[in-house]
Design a protein around this ligand. Structure first.
Ligand code: GDP
Ligand code: IMO
Ligand code: MG
Length: 426
């Protein structure tokens, strides 16, 4: 039952795509279980640099089935574009899409924008992809599932009343332009034509692979602190990127998991609004962002940067039951004079070590740092623990001590091959 979940440890963009592309070499199935094309997962391998938004990062291997699970919300146009990109690049994996995944409809994208505008200064900074409104409709039992594309006659009956309801909201509450029902119905034909061949009973594919003892990877999107329940609410996404989401988003049971890997960057980043206790502001933050190239893979937005936050990371380790961490972008810290790690917060004059999830309290937290010496030797593309300089080894050991889990892999560059397997070499 070798199922491995690869999950974002903080606020997303930790390098999940790179690690999944590395780990998927011996996997037969890779499954996305939550989120939508708000995700941007970068892989760099012999096919070049590729960014995936919906299709799992096992697609670069022959013989993998890359499943988009029922927990995902799918923009049909984004998916069609991504399937074309896969074909253009000659990527050899297969694709299967759950009939129970929900569709992001044009009115979801419009409502995402209108809702953000209405929030004004309290805007979440969403990716504008219609993610929140699509999940709202799923829970409101007003969603459209991918499988419905296989029965367009029925959809022609069920969809118009939904769009008419949405149009009342769009025009009367938000003063927006209504969606054209006939136009959407026309689009569904194109979507059915393009996506139809990939619609499969996804949970069967995953379950069969697990039952046959094959390796399965659950591909997390976003990160634990963007989780609708466990994240920094309301500055979160509308799904469950934590381990629970891997179960409900695919239809498999908990006993299948052998590894639950938390991916953490060697420092922290966040895109969009919301509290970020270890954020580095001003010139220093700008310098690090430019040097590290921290700009979003989906929206191109500047990512906020900060020091590694062990308080937050300990919390997400608990929420997910991480069995190990993967530390990415260690090379980015090369030549930094000093490296800070947040080990506790000061809150209203008290020192706390637990992550306060309530937004007012979290916003008032001041990080308490431990400062570690930097290193001048290069860690770039190092693949053996013994070739890591003392400073880098000490940094990894420090994070292991703070999180009380081992580092299983360390990433020392964006390429698949720039990966150090700790157990094999320490
Ligand atoms: P994801 O959403 O978690 O898959 O992460 P993203 O792809 O959005 O962002 C991670 C960025 O870091 C991408 O540009 C990767 O190519 C890059 N990256 C991943 N691992 C490493 C690493 O170890 N070193 C360096 N320098 N870049 C990395
Ligand atoms: P990957 O999978 C980083 C953030 C958005 C915003 C909040 C809500 O690449 O790690 P949404 O559009 O989901 O309603 O936006 O969540 N966000 C991400 N930040 N990486 C992601 O995905 C993200 N997906 C959503 O910036 O703050
Ligand atoms: Mg990303």
């Amino acid at each position: 039952m070798p199922t491995t979940a690869v999950l974002g440890g903080l606020w997303g963009d930790e390098g999940k795509g790179k690690i999944i592309d590395f780990l998927a070499g011996d996997a037969s199935v890779v499954v996305r279980f939550s989120g939508g094309n708000n995700a941007g997962h970068t892989v760099v391998n012999d096919y070049g640099k590729l960014v995936f938004h919906l299709i799992p990062c096992g697609i670069c291997y022959e013989g993998t089935i890359n499943v988009i699970g029922n927990g995902v919300v799918i923009s049909p146009d984004a998916l069609i574009e991504e399937i074309a990109m896969v074909k253009d690049n000659g990527l050899p994996g297969d694709i299967a899409i759950s009939d129970r995944a929900h569709l992001i409809m044009p009115y979801h994208v419009l409502l995402d924008r209108l809702e953000e505008e209405r929030r004004g200064a309290a805007a979440i900074g969403t990716t504008g992809r219609g993610i929140g409104p699509a999940y709202v409709d799923k829970v409101a039992r007003m969603g459209v599932r991918v499988g419905e594309l296989l029965d367009l006659e029925e959809l022609t009956l069920t969809l118009p009343p939904i769009i008419e309801f949405k149009n009342e909201l769009i025009t009367k509450i938000y003063g927006g332009e209504p969606i054209d029902v006939a136009e959407v119905l026309e689009q569904t034909k194109h979507w059915a034509d393009q996506i139809g061949p990939y619609i499969k009973s996804a949970d069967e594919i995953v379950t069969n692979a697990i039952d046959s003892g094959e390796n399965v990877i659950m591909e997390g999107a976003q990160g634990a602190l963007l989780d609708i329940d466990h994240g920094t609410y309301p500055f979160v996404t509308s799904s469950s990127p934590t381990i629970g989401g891997a179960l409900t988003g695919t239809g498999i049971g908990p006993s299948s998991f052998e590894r639950i890997i938390g991916v953490f960057k060697a420092y922290a980043t966040r895109v969009g609004a919301g509290p970020f206790p270890t954020e580095i502001h001003g010139d220093e933050g700008n310098r690090i962002r430019e040097m590290a190239g921290e700009f979003g893979a989906t929206t191109g937005r500047a990512r906020r940067v900060g020091w590694f936050d062990a308080v937050a990371a300990r919390y997400t380790t608990r929420v997910n039951g991480f069995t190990s961490m993967v530390l990415t972008r260690l090379d980015t810290l090369d030549n930094w004079d000093r490296i800070k790690v947040c080990t506790a917060y000061s809150l209203d004059g008290e020192i706390i070590e637990d992550f306060p999830i309530e937004r007012g309290r979290l916003a008032r937290c001041e990080p308490i740092y431990e400062e570690l010496p930097g290193w001048t030797e290069s860690t770039t593309r190092v693949t053996d623990w013994n070739d890591l300089c003392d400073g880098a080894q000490n940094y990894v050991r420090k994070l292991e001590d703070l999180l009380k889990i081992p580092a299983s892999e360390i990433s020392t560059g964006p390429h698949r091959d720039d990966t150090l397997v700790v157990n094999g070499s320490r």
